[in-house]
Write a protein that binds this ligand. Structure first.
Ligand code: HSE
Length: 403
């Protein structure tokens, strides 16, 4: 018997219980010993739940039960979840997590603790929800030097941008719709300000390049500054506005990682990723480009990834897995200022003033634009170059172009 305890009976935790129950017969055919849900930890009461007899409120019950092999942490955040994860690993229990904040901030420490204790710390569900991405990245692509990872990593912001693009909703209208549909939190800042995508690109960068990348090292810009005018100008030249997390290998083992809205060419498959879907493009020096696509959030898709990790452990509960990344450094992550690309600029100026500032450019048009407004695509420039060139233009929007 492989005994499982779930910490936190929220959206993901309840989904894990449901998948373990609904697919229990099938799961047991895939492992040497049956998987059994033994405990669910939550401070709340769920008297009507079919899992009611399994609930406990005291973590030490789980910590001290030698029969518990796998602890599933779906609490979220990096306070109680960190304490319980450390204690579970120190008690010799394998831990599976969907908690991107905890993995991004403390992943290196927790992986090293797991290794010392001879147990596993797995977190497939922390990036891309139900999309298989971390195991393919570290196993199926293990023969490659990863040169670049680029993805739509947040379902809520992709939904908002999709509704702005396809239904002409303003940012505020689309955000309200996302909240009404249960995608965005009442406090939507972690999604719309890019912090969620930042945590996910940190995890992808760490697994791709083997070093811990801290969220506070990654320049992060969300989508609050994207307007319907920007959406229309992008559309006029064959682009969609998407929030991308990017991590690019640099010389001397440095990493350039950042999160920002981009104009993505209609010819790039990322431009066709809509609604709450996520997609991650990985470039390896042997395989070339591969792309992973699917539901990046939601109860059952995320539970699918969590339970896959549980099954992986249940195949051999005593198999120690090596830590997949080492410590970071203050000078490990370099700013995207070094990257050259074309830029989209919308400013309160004339085309002549824009040309005088930026040289050769591609002017853009949209219906109903105010007289004083000019939008254009620049030639290839770095961030500092485009900011210096446009400093006198009353810039309203400035986004990188991903061709
Ligand atoms: N809030 C996240 C999103 C949930 O919208 O993608 C999944 O991490």
């Amino acid at each position: 018997m492989v005994n499982v305890a779930i910490l936190g009976f929220g959206t993901v935790g309840s989904g894990v219980a449901e998948v373990l129950s609904t697919n229990g017969g099938l799961i047991d055919q895939r492992v040497p010993n049956p998987v059994r849900l033994k405990y669910i930890l939550d401070v709340r009461d769920f008297p009507d739940s079919p899992f009611a007899p399994l609930f406990v409120k005291d973590f030490s019950v789980i910590e001290q039960d030698p029969e518990v092999d796998v602890v599933v942490e779906t609490i979220g955040g990096a306070t109680i979840a960190l304490d319980f994860t450390r204690r579970a690993l120190a008690a010799g229990k394998n831990v599976v997590s969907s908690n991107k904040e905890l993995v991004a901030t403390h992943g290196c420490e927790l992986l090293q603790l797991a290794q010392r204790e001879g147990v596993s710390y797995l977190f497939e569900a922390s990036v891309g929800g139900g999309i298989p991405i971390l195991r393919p990245l570290t196993a199926c692509l293990a023969a490659n030097e990863i040169t670049q990872v680029c993805g739509i990593l947040n379902g809520t912001t992709n939904y908002i941008l999709t509704r702005m693009i396809k239904a002409g909703l303003t940012f505020d209208q689309a955000l309200k719709e996302a909240q009404d549909n249960g995608y965005a939190e009442r406090d939507p800042s972690a999604d719309v300000d890019g912090h969620d995508a930042c945590r996910k690109i940190c995890i992808l960068a760490a697994l791709s390049y083997g070093r811990h990348v801290r969220p506070d090292q990654v320049p992060t810009q969300g989508i609050r500054g994207v307007s319907l005018a920007d959406v229309a100008y992008a559309d006029s030249c064959g682009y969609k506005i998407k929030l991308l997390g990017r991590a690019i290998r640099q010389p001397e083992d440095k990493i350039c990682a950042f999160v920002a809205p981009h104009l993505v060419s209609d010819e790039n498959p990322l431009s066709g990723v809509e609604d709450v879907f996520n997609a991650i493009s990985v470039t390896g020096n042997a395989v070339g480009d591969v792309m992973f696509y699917g539901r990046g959030a939601g109860k059952l898709p995320t539970a699918s990834a969590v339970v896959a990790d549980v099954i992986d452990i249940a195949k051999d509960v005593h198999k120690a897995r090596p830590a997949q990344w080492g410590p970071g450094a203050d000078d490990l992550v370099v700013s995207d200022d070094i990257l050259t690309s074309r830029w989209y600029v919308r400013a309160d100026c004339s085309v002549e003033q824009a040309r005088a500032a930026c040289g050769e450019l591609q002017p853009l048009a949209r219906g109903g634009a105010p007289k004083e407004e000019t939008a254009f695509l620049t030639g290839p420039m770095t961030g500092p170059q485009v900011r210096k060139a446009t400093e006198g233009l009353q810039v309203q929007s400035l986004f990188r172009v991903l061709d």
